[in-house]
Write a protein that binds this ligand. Structure first.
Ligand code: OOG
Ligand code: MG
Length: 263
């Protein structure tokens, strides 16, 4: 089912993408379109993706969001969502992120999975994810909701590409069976002080569950996770607000650390 016309979907995609590109916040779109449903919301996200590809950007990965209780509680939303990652979102470990292009960035510590085999839902389970995973690596996401004061509902955030903005990945990559990622600890420091800590199990009991859920959600639209996809599985702690001058360092058990600073 979907309630919005194609014309409105395209208008809202342009509106939200402009908010991203101009770093200008907007009110949440369900205020003006209360009838919008989840199919409409994902249609808007896929239209933003199409717009970027039409301008020559490459889609280089996917992300899951709101997969931990810490994140769901922080945002007042009780279901995971997905988004896409465009080429210009990606930064190298140690990079400086320019806050002038962002509205109100927050950082999240995540585990990323890279696949070597297609995963197509429905019915994808953790075992399928293990069989399809090439390696697991640390990633730190910078989210930047286009909605005023980061206030949204699930449909609005889905339409806004699940707040995707920037990320760094790196550290030590490990085979999927090298460790039990559920008990892999993560410690986040902001300006040298510990601000959050958690472990992989915070994400749906096992970050691989998040990859399975992504495959199953994409399956509902007839889409899949192609072989060779980089997938961020969602923040293991609440997101931490940052501004120009801040530096972030995230330490991962046995997988090294990632740093980024904001200028
Ligand atoms: C939505 C995106 C959440 C995560 O890792 O949970 C997300 C938001 O909180 O703005 O990326
Ligand atoms: Mg995230």
């Amino acid at each position: 089912m979907s309630n919005l016309s194609r014309e409105v979907i395209e208008q809202l995609a342009e509106h939200l993408e402009n908010a991203e590109l101009n770093a200008q916040d907007v009110t949440k779109i369900t205020d003006d379109y209360p009838d919008m449903d989840f199919e409409d919301a994902y249609d808007i996200q896929w239209e933003i993706r199409r717009r970027k590809e039409a301008r020559g950007h490459k889609i280089i990965g996917m992300k899951m969001g709101l997969t931990s209780w810490a994140k769901m509680a922080q945002m007042g939303v009780e279901q995971p969502c997905y988004g896409f990652l465009a080429d210009y979102f990606s930064y190298a470990d140690g990079s400086a992120i320019d806050t002038r292009h962002l509205i109100h960035p927050k950082v999240e510590a995540e585990f990323a999975y890279v696949t070597h085999r297609e995963l197509k839902g429905p019915g994808v389970q953790v075992a399928d994810v293990y069989a399809a995973t090439d390696f697991v690596m640390p990633a730190v996401e910078v989210i930047d909701s286009r909605y005023r004061d980061f206030k949204f509902d699930l449909k609005s955030v889905v339409a806004d590409n699940s707040s995707s903005s920037r990320y760094v990945s790196g550290g030590r990559c490990l085979p999927v069976d090298a460790m039990d990622y559920r008990t892999a600890g993560v410690v986040m420091e902001k300006n040298g002080e510990i601000v959050e800590m958690s472990a992989g199990a915070a994400v749906l009991g096992n970050p691989a569950e998040s990859v399975a859920m992504l495959a199953n959600m994409l399956g509902e639209r007839g889409e899949s996770i192609p072989a060779g996809t980089f997938i961020m599985t969602g923040g293991v702690t609440a997101a931490v607000a940052v501004e120009a001058g801040d530096s972030i360092c995230v330490h991962y058990h046995d997988m090294g650390s990632l740093t980024l600073r904001f200028v």
